[in-house]
Structure formats: C-alpha cells, structure tokens
Design a protein around this ligand. Structure first.
Ligand code: FAD
Length: 482
C-alpha cells in the first residue's frame, strides 16, 4: 500500500520528495542504474560533460526555487559573456540579430542590418504589419503560421532552427498552442507580430533596467539560462538525497513491467518477478512507457497515450586541444538550418558558454544530431565521423579529438505536434475511470526542467487529493496539471 512512483527522472523525484515530506509512504522505482533520468553528468580529465540538459530557464522559476530549497542557490551559475549565437548560412557563421525574442525581433536596427536575410526577404517580413489577424480558435503548426505572416526565410533560417531545435520537432509540425501560445496572445493584442515583438522588447528593457537598479552594487544577475557549478546532476542528486532523507524509498535497476486494477488501487509487477499493491501509482516515465503499462488495465487510455509521438535525441560531445581550432570561438555556438544539410542541428561551445567545464587548453563542443532516420540510425562510429567532419570543417579544426562521447535518448523525446493539448485532454478523459493512476512528466505539459518540476509537484498534489477520504475530495484531475 502507499504510493508508487514509476521513473526516477526529475519529475518522479520531485513528486516522491513532495509526498515523503508530507508523511506519505512512497516508493520510487527507476529502470536504469542511476537516478536523474535525462539529467546525467560525467566528469572526466577536467571536463564536465552533460549527456542531457546543460541548463534551465530562470524565467520559469520552479527549478530555481527547487535549487534554493535544496540549499544549492549559491551553486547556480549563469552563462559567460559574450552571449552571441550564430546561424550557419551558406556555410558561413552569421551572428543572430541582437535582441531576438523567442522568434520575434524586439529591436528594429539589428534586424534591419542582419546579413541573414536579403532586403526583399526583410521587406516580405515587414508586410506583417499590414496583415489582418490570421488565427482562429484552432491549433496550427508554428511553422505554417509564421510562414503566412513573416515569410519562409524567417522560418527556415531562424525560427525553425531555434524553436524546432529546442523541442526536437520540425517547426512545420509543432503545435502553436502547446509550445508558443504567446504568439496567439501577441496577435490578439497587437494584430501584427512585429509590433508585438517591439512592444515586448520595450517591456523587457524596462524590466531589466528596474532589475539592474534594484541590484546596483550587488552581484550581476545570472541571466535567462542557469546551470549548476559542477554539473546538472548536482540538482537531481540533491533532490534524491532530500527525498530519501524525508523517507522515500528509492530503488534503481528495477523496472515496472505491468499494472493491473486491484479494487480501488493498482497492482504492480516488477522486472524481478515481485508484485505489490498500491493506493496510487504516479507514472513519471515517458508516455510510450505509460501506454504499455496501461495496456491491460485501461486500453482506451493506452491508445490515447500512444498517440503522443516521441522522437530521438542524440548528442555527440567532442573535445579538442584549443591549438587545433582554427576559428576564434566568440559566443556560445551555432544553429544549422535543415537547408544547410548535414548531420547536425546545432553545436554549443560548452567551453566558452559555461565557466569551469573544460581545461583551459581545450575546447568542448556539444553537437546535436538531427532527428532524422538517415542520421539517428547510424551506428556510433559512423555518426561521430559525420558529426566530426561537419564541425571540423565549420570551425577549421585540424587534428584528432581528445575525447568523444555519444549520448542517445532513443524514442523518449516528446514531440508536441499540432493538436497536442487535445491529445492530453483525451488522455485525461480516458484515464478518469481509474483514479489510482496519476500521469506526469515531460510528455504532457512542458519539456523544460522548470515545467517538469511544476508537473512533479502537481502530481504530488493530485495524489494527496486521492488519498483524502472520498467525502473530502475536491475536483480531481487525471493528469497532474502544471
Ligand atoms: C539532450 C537533451 C538536452 C536537453 N536540454 C535541456 C535543457 O537544456 N534545458 C531543459 O530545461 N530541458 C532540456 N531537456 C529536456 C529535459 O531534460 C527533459 O524533458 C526532462 O529531463 C524529462 O524529465 P522526466 O523526469 O519527465 O523524464 P525522464 O528524465 O525521461 O525520466 C523518466 C525515467 O523513467 C524511467 N523509466 C522508464 N520506464 C520505466 C519503467 N518501466 N519502470 C521504471 N522506470 C522507468 C527512465 O529510465 C527514466 O529515468 C533536454 C533533453 C535532452 C535529451
């Protein structure tokens, strides 16, 4: 009896810790040999290598708040200056125009001056200011919408690599409502997206000036992206330690194989052949795993879960001697639009982006492979050769890498395609008949770490409500709402 949390990624750990701190009997099982899920850090020969996320957004405060609760606030670090990012365009690295919001320019001059677009292409974008509103109540692909308002070049060279890259999904498939609902608000409030971007820029600059005035004389604010000194697993390690200290039982190397209805609760079978009954099961593993586990107990929910597509994310990490890199690396790295071809979608210069991750005489590159079968299906050796050839050509690198790593996350990266929120609503409806199951994690309401923290806390809250005596229950929710 008690609560079972399936999956020891950040979402499951947050849920388990919150429940244990409330005095609920909770056991967490993780199929892998370590806790943290996609958050995984390796330290070797003076390098700190992230096999998953390397940072999180400070503008969504849940992860920063968690770090503070865990006593890690003085371990938070910001990115190094200059924060320039480049777009590879016709083989050349062109700086991204300064003052770019998520996809919209917040300043006119840098955008007017950029070499990324020709004058006719800039004139096509500017026609946005005369277009009427274009969105109705339906969800739409971010790419299709931006193509209509601002033209193909902006989508192909800027918005696609930026937003599609973050979400691991081509921008022409990404759901506007699930990923950038602020575009809907922008059009509603300003009609023109360019006007909305400029208004956002003015508001941002005012807020930054106010923050700077408030902090004058104090330490410099960390910026939009933050990480942890020593690596991202400092966060999940501290989280796991806090959960265990609060009474949660944490087990690694044990997968849940099946779930079955058992009265008002759920019976779980484990890979080692054991079985146990729980009042509530929190499924904090990716949706395809949840779909498989619910196949017998709740086939309709299982089908609805299987409708959320998941892709593959592969990182190739390469370290070189600094002397072998012909190009001077200024900034944080570059994005590669699909039209450029080749195996890589982006390359971050970790050594330049973060302090203390690399020996002084080395450069560390974190290379994101395109999620296309032609590349993800390659064995490690061929993939590394293709990634190396591409990066070495772009950065004028000669000589062999000092270190190579390949990090694969196969079929476990949720793709928020058009209609995603409708699919989540359908899952909620399908799972309602079995209140002993709570779903949470990156597959549903946000892939970033702050959203995962929020969803883990919401899952714990949903469990608490289910454990209350029936008469005391307020409205329950099938998927823990962020
Ligand atoms: C390469 C990469 C870079 C990223 N970069 C960023 C970034 O910079 N910033 C950011 O905010 N986010 C980033 N993300 C996204 C973020 O890391 C993830 O969305 C988040 O870590 C997901 O956490 P989770 O707990 O929901 O799932 P997961 O971390 O996937 O955890 C789920 C766990 O469930 C376990 N499991 C599966 N099946 C079973 C079973 N049957 N029984 C028991 N356990 C099971 C798995 O082994 C896994 O450990 C990145 C992701 C990747 C892959």
């Amino acid at each position: 009896m008690g609560v079972l949390v399936v999956g020891g990624g950040i979402t499951g750990l947050v849920a388990a810790r919150a429940l244990a701190r409330d005095g609920v009997a909770v056991a967490l099982v993780e199929a892998g040999q370590r806790l943290g899920g996609k958050v995984a850090t390796e330290r070797v020969d003076g390098f700190t290598i992230e096999h998953g996320p390397d940072s999180f957004l400070a503008t969504r405060p849940a992860a920063v708040t968690l770090a503070r609760e865990l006593g890690l606030v003085d371990q938070l670090i910001g990115t190094r200056d200059p924060r320039a990012v480049y777009i590879r365009h016709r083989g050349e690295l062109v700086p991204m125009p300064e003052g770019l919001g998520l996809v919209l320019p917040t300043k006119v001059v840098p955008f007017a001056r950029t070499r990324l677009f020709s004058w006719p292409e800039k004139a096509r974008m500017a026609r946005d200011v005369v277009w009427p509103r274009m969105l109705d109540g339906q969800d739409v692909a971010v790419g299709a919408y931006l193509r209509r308002r601002l033209g193909d070049p902006l989508v192909d060279r800027l918005a696609g690599p930026l937003v599609g890259g973050v979400y691991g999904t081509p921008i022409d498939e990404l759901s506007l409502d699930a990923v950038v609902p602020q575009l809907r608000t922008a059009e509603r409030d300003h009609r023109s997206l360019l006007f909305a971007g400029l208004a956002e820029g003015r508001a941002m600059r005012r807020a930054m000036a106010a923050r700077a005035a408030a902090h004058s004389g104090g330490p410099k604010p960390l910026g939009v992206f933050v990480s942890l000194r020593g690596g991202m697993d400092r966060l999940t390690d501290a989280l796991a330690a806090s959960a265990a200290a609060s009474g949660a039982e944490l087990r690694t190397g044990l997968a849940v194989r099946s779930l079955a209805r058992d009265g008002a609760g759920a019976g779980a079978r484990f890979a080692d052949g054991s079985a146990a009954r729980f009042d509530v099961v929190v499924l904090a593993a990716p949706a395809p795993v949840a779909a498989a586990l619910l196949g017998d107990g709740l086939p309709a929910a299982s089908r609805a879960l299987a409708a959320i597509p998941h892709g593959t994310s592969i990182l190739v990490t390469l370290a070189y001697s600094r002397a072998a890199v012909g190009r001077r690396l200024v900034g944080h790295g570059y994005l590669v639009p699909p039209s450029e071809g080749g195996p890589i979608a982006a390359c971050t210069w970790t050594s330049e982006k973060w302090p203390d991750r690399t020996p002084d005489d080395a450069v560390l590159c974190r290379v994101f492979v395109r999620d296309e079968g032609a590349w993800t299906a390659l064995p490690d050796e061929a993939l590394v050769a293709a990634a190396r050839a591409d990066v070495e050509r772009t950065l004028a690198i000669t000589g062999e890498p000092r270190l190579v790593r390949v990090s694969r996350h196969e079929g476990s990266m949720p793709r928020y395609t058009v209609g995603h929120l409708g699919r989540v609503a359908a899952i909620e409806a399908a799972i309602a008949p079995w209140p002993a199951v709570v779903l949470t994690g990156a597959s549903y309401r946000g892939v970033g770490l702050p959203d995962c923290v929020t969803q883990g806390l919401a899952a714990a809250e949903a469990v608490r409500r289910r454990l209350e005596p029936a008469g005391a229950r307020v409205g329950d929710e099938a998927i823990a709402r962020a």
